[in-house]
Design a binder for this molecule. Structure first.
Ligand code: 8YV
Length: 328
């Protein structure tokens, strides 16, 4: 007799190779149309599924988890950040949660560096100028930005992505400063020539570029509050490739508009996919649609991680990327 395969509900369209493997290994329910599931559809999914594979666009909150059926034992998130999953409720309902760390580190660090360059050197503005047909030719004072070589970068959150960014930044001649809950090992500080600031407030006041690279948790919600943003120097810029909720977006928008902060590069927003309409009007903001980890290679690697996490879990082992273990 063949063993019944676990029912795995995948909430979004994934790379084809991953979907095929998902079908081979499990009783997989795919979302070929890629329509974002409604709350009711998520509720129906958790009622039935053995495993749910959500993404950042699915809010798996207590209200959804309240309907979880007895079979649901694993939420294998496609993505590293798990702030859209109510971890406490999942744990108390005996549901283990896994994620996909490491494989999107380098891509996200690349995108962060790209935003730093883009804002400092006005790449998006220059592109718009040409496309609008407004370029009248080279001029000695045309499109002047700021040199990044020799400037100071303050990294908020020195985890995997923060460190990958620091390595790149060093190559671009930026000096690395960081704030983290815990100071990193001295070997890493040495490798990165990194200066640790125990006080985030003090670091913000002393750097030219601020990059947000910490996870969104209740403790980091609006970590860059209006008060803290005001500590930044008026010539400084801010980039965020982590989560919109970490920055007070209305305050940032006001300050960008009033020239209290020179520029911002944002890949994430507080209420995605909604973007503050005032931000859209600002020339000194480079705005991207949450594409920090959007490479084909990265997405396939993320999918592989999801497959491995599910397979090890259903085979009775500890999945490699366990964020929390369900208590029963
Ligand atoms: C992912 C991300 O694309 O992994 C994360 O935490 O922010 C993104 O880069 C997205 O979360 C996929 O769910």
């Amino acid at each position: 007799m063949t063993k019944k395969k676990p029912l795995v509900v995948v909430t979004r369209k994934l790379p084809e190779a991953i979907e095929t493997r998902m079908m081979e290994l499990f009783d997989a329910r795919l979302n070929i149309d890629d329509a974002i599931m409604t709350k009711q559809e998520l509720i129906d999914a958790v009622k039935e599924a053995d495993v749910l594979v959500p993404t950042v666009t699915d809010k798996i909150d207590a209200a959804v988890l309240a309907h979880a059926g007895p079979n649901l034992r694993l939420i294998a998130n496609f993505g590293t950040g798990v702030d859209h999953v109510d971890l406490q409720t999942a744990r108390s309902r005996g549901i283990t949660v896994t994620n996909t760390p490491d494989v999107l580190t380098e891509d996200t660090a690349d995108m962060t560096m790209a935003l730093i360059l883009s804002v400092s050197r006005r790449l998006a503005e220059g592109e718009r100028l040409i496309r609008k047909g407004d370029w009248a030719g080279w001029g000695p004072t045309l499109m002047l930005g700021h040199r990044i070589w020799g400037k100071r970068l303050g990294i908020v959150g020195m985890g995997r992505i923060g460190r990958a960014l620091a390595r790149r930044a060093k190559g671009f001649g930026l000096s690395v400063h960081y704030h983290n809950r815990r100071r990193v090992h001295s070997d890493i500080e040495e490798e990165l020539d990194a200066t640790y600031w125990e006080s985030l407030d003090q670091m913000l006041a002393h750097v030219d570029v601020v990059s947000v690279n910490c996870p969104h948790t209740p403790a980091t919600y609006h970590l860059l509050s209006a008060r803290r943003l005001k500590l930044m120097q008026p010539h400084a810029i801010l980039v965020n490739t982590a989560r919109g909720e970490i920055v007070d977006e209305p305050a940032l928008t006001r300050m960008l508009s009033d020239g209290e902060i020179a520029g911002a590069g944002l890949d994430v927003f507080e209420h995605e996919p909604a973007v503050n309409p005032k931000l859209l009007e600002l020339q000194n903001a480079v705005l991207l649609p949450h594409m920090g980890s959007a490479t084909i290679e990265g997405r396939v690697d993320m999918g592989e991680k999801v497959l491995i996490n599910i397979k090890t879990f259903v085979d009775g082992h500890t999945p490699p990327d366990r964020v929390i273990e369900g208590l029963l």
